[in-house]
Design a protein around this ligand. Structure first.
Ligand code: ZN
Length: 274
């Protein structure tokens, strides 16, 4: 059905994308090893390099300047303290000057795990300031027509869906998504994308999501350097692990590995426009 990309000898070449990696969080030599493998048969073709805060955005910008296969995303990760007013202003001023260079806005979202931990300790947690912080990122995604990379799981996801709908944002990527069926259906109907990490190989909840989410809206990622379990235990996370994720998705979908890799690649290509 799909025409697989062929190499010069007419063998099918499988192409892969790590649509979510914190490349700036790796040691320099490790990041450059990943980057020199991009576009070779040993590596993946592209990575979407997300950022945590302004310093991280600057580091991501340097990495992206070394390879056009590193697609930079700038934002403020929600699982940390809120930025000071100065840091907030500095980040947006910096981003506003780089509208044309950035491929996406991210990583942004809501602090599910931080809130869970606070509640477990019996401490109050105020989600509202994080919602207020997310709003200007979503507004920019709408105004700039850029994809937005979201960290929004479980009961945070419907809140983020409300915000995206309010601003008519359709190019949304919920990375490593976990949530209820109603929200999954809403996201799928809105055309939002999700991506699977290596835990697709051993987490029933993620396999379930992979079985029900539209095949035209799914991608692969590592969230590296985050470490994985199951068959990946003891291994440091690298972009090439998305090949195992794609192979697992192929099995779940009853597709050949080449067909599955092709669909996953084209989905990422459509959203991130490379
Ligand atoms: Zn991440």
């Amino acid at each position: 059905m799909s025409t697989a990309y062929k190499d010069i000898n007419n063998y099918p070449v499988r192409r892969y994308v790590d649509t979510h990696i914190h490349l700036d969080m790796y040691e320099e030599d490790r990041a450059s090893a990943f980057m020199s493998a991009l576009g070779t048969t040993a590596g993946v073709d592209y990575v979407v390099a997300v950022s945590m805060h302004l310093e991280s955005c600057k580091a991501t910008e340097v990495l992206a300047s070394c390879s056009n296969r590193v697609l930079p995303a700038y934002g403020y990760h929600p699982e940390q303290e809120l930025p000071s007013e100065e840091a907030y202003a500095a980040l947006f001023a910096w981003m506003d000057q780089r509208q044309s260079q950035m491929r996406a806005i991210g990583e942004v979202g809501l602090p599910y795990y931080r809130r869970e931990e606070a509640l477990m300790r019996g401490e109050p947690f105020h989600r509202e300031p994080y919602i207020e912080l997310l709003e200007p990122f979503i507004k920019r995604a709408a105004a700039w027509n850029k994809p937005i990379v979201l960290h929004a799981v479980y009961d945070d996801a419907p809140i983020v869906c409300d915000m995206l709908e309010r601003h008519s944002v359709r190019k949304a990527h919920f990375h490593w998504f976990k949530g209820d069926n109603k929200t999954i259906q809403r996201m799928a109907a809105n055309g939002y994308y999700v991506s699977f990490t290596p835990d697709l190989l051993y987490e029933a909840e993620i396999m379930q999501l992979a079985n029900q989410y539209p095949s035209g809206q799914v991608m692969t990622e590592t969230d590296g350097p985050w470490l994985f379990e199951g068959p990946f235990v003891g291994r440091s996370t690298e972009p090439e692990m998305v090949k195992s994720v794609a192979a697992k998705w192929a099995v779940l979908q009853g597709l050949s590995e080449t067909e599955a890799a092709d669909i996953l690649y084209r989905n990422a290509q459509r959203l991130y426009e490379f």
